[in-house]
Design a protein around this ligand. Structure first.
Ligand code: LRH
Ligand code: MN
Ligand code: MN
Length: 426
């Protein structure tokens, strides 16, 4: 590990006086009960890091690797361990198979545990053809007209479950690129039925304490229809599959201007919200840093999450799988992930600040302006000192990106792995 705990302590000492001044001012404004309530939730908060976001992402026009990228699963785990040491909020990793095959599950599980990490949802991949693969997914996987292709895709998903079992994961996320690019190409109803039958077989292979998350996406790589194209279709599959099946919401997978917070609210009401892929977007599935484009939307989503989960006594770590699904071309991926975690925690903290009783009262009285004030006051309160205090209490860095830069951690990774190291993945 290129980072020792004494370096975190030293850094925090240097910055503690400035931090105290800001934190104490805020704590006095909020009152000690609210301050401690939010701090407790922030200290517990964990968000999973996807194994495919640790290298520089690319676009179909190019990829500009930054150097020192993790060359194998062990190094990816080390990178998440580094993030977790810096912020103490990245205590889980999510693997994509076959990009990151844990050949020795027990050894990988132990390595992760040595960094304080557990395994979040496993991700299957039937959207690419692999070098040794017998049949092609060019025209889809679970929707395919050829039963042999469907069986191959089902078996792959079952293999992924088995890998996950060895790691202690408890869920499988299925994202299918299945769909069509031209009108007339596909019989929608038959494609849906075939996909449902495939998912039913995968569902039947789930261990008793596992969940399956059905991730939807409006378009790309298919540009006319997608067989799990929106939350309605995902909800339909999840409902038909049974109680272990849930919808997964990836923030970048909607048509422009979709009201994602309303989708979240209704999925929670139906107890079918399973997990999240956090990111941000301006145009489509841009996979930009969470909160970098529409921070108010992120807050409004958390407002529904807090509201819907609190009223059901749900816990985000055990009842919902929350992870980041972001990766792009121009930033250091580790700095980017630290920024995403920070943005997500900030939106969460702001949502925890909303006076829910007053909000319900304003709604009952049709006091629209008061309802808006309540939300915007919470959103416009600068809670960053609370996030820093939560990190201080958890032995994380007061400013994770600041310490990462001060210690030149990327250069240390380049020294250890080389400038040309390129991560596997998308
Ligand atoms: C599809 C997606 C899905 C995949 C990941 C690599 O766009 O969001 O979650 O598994 O990207
Ligand atoms: Mn996703
Ligand atoms: Mn996506």
């Amino acid at each position: 590990m290129p980072l020792e705990s004494y370096q975190i302590a030293q850094y925090n000492q240097q910055h503690e006086v400035a931090h105290r001044r800001k934190f104490e001012f805020l704590a006095e404004e909020l009152g000690s009960e609210t301050t401690e309530r939010i701090l407790g939730k922030l200290i517990d908060f964990q968000i999973a890091i996807p194994s495919w976001a640790l290298g520089t992402g690319g676009t179909r026009f190019g990829r500009f690797a930054g150097g020192g990228e993790p060359r194998n699963l062990e190094e990816k785990i080390a990178d998440v361990g580094l993030l977790h040491a810096l912020n103490r909020s990245s205590g889980a990793i999510s693997l994509h198979i076959p990009w990151d095959i844990p050949t020795d599950g027990e050894a990988i599980k132990q390595l992760a545990a040595s960094y304080g990490l557990v395994f979040d949802a496993m991700n299957s991949n039937t959207f690419q053809d692999q070098p040794n693969q017998e049949l092609s997914y060019k025209f889809g996987s679970l929707q395919h007209t050829d039963a042999a292709v469907r069986t191959q895709a089902i078996n792959h998903n079952i293999d992924v479950i088995r890998y996950g079992e060895a790691l202690g994961s408890k869920s499988l996320t299925v994202w299918l690129s299945d769909g069509s690019s031209f009108p007339g190409q596909l019989n929608f109803r038959k494609a849906f039925q075939r996909t449902l039958e495939g998912l039913q077989e995968i569902y039947a292979a789930l261990p008793a304490d596992w969940k399956i998350f059905v991730e939807y996406k409006a378009f790309e790589p298919n540009f006319y229809s997608t067989t799990v194209g929106d939350w309605g279709q995902s909800f339909l599959y999840a409902s038909k599959l049974g109680p272990k099946a849930y919808t997964l919401v990836d923030l970048g997978h909607h048509l422009p201007n979709a009201n994602i917070e309303q989708i979240v609210s209704l999925l929670l009401m139906e107890e079918k919200l399973g997990g999240f892929h956090f990111n941000d977007s301006k145009y489509g599935d841009d996979d930009l840093t969470a909160g970098s484009i529409k921070p108010y939307q992120l807050f409004l989503i958390f407002n529904e999450l807090v509201d819907g989960m609190d009223t059901r006594g749900m816990n985000h770590a055990s009842d919902l799988g929350w992870m980041i699904d972001a990766s792009h071309n121009v930033k250091d991926p580790l700095e980017d992930l630290l920024q995403s975690v920070e943005a997500i925690k900030l939106a969460y903290a702001q949502a925890l600040l909303v006076d829910r009783l007053a909000l319900e009262e304003a709604r009952t009285n049709n006091d629209v302006a008061a309802a808006q004030e309540l939300l915007q006051n919470a959103f416009r309160t600068d809670l960053r000192p609370l996030l820093a205090e939560a990190r201080l209490r958890a032995d994380a860095a007061l400013n994770p990106v600041g310490l990462y830069r001060e210690l030149s951690l990327r250069n240390k990774l380049i020294e250890a792995r080389g400038l040309k190291a390129v991560a596997t993945g998308l």
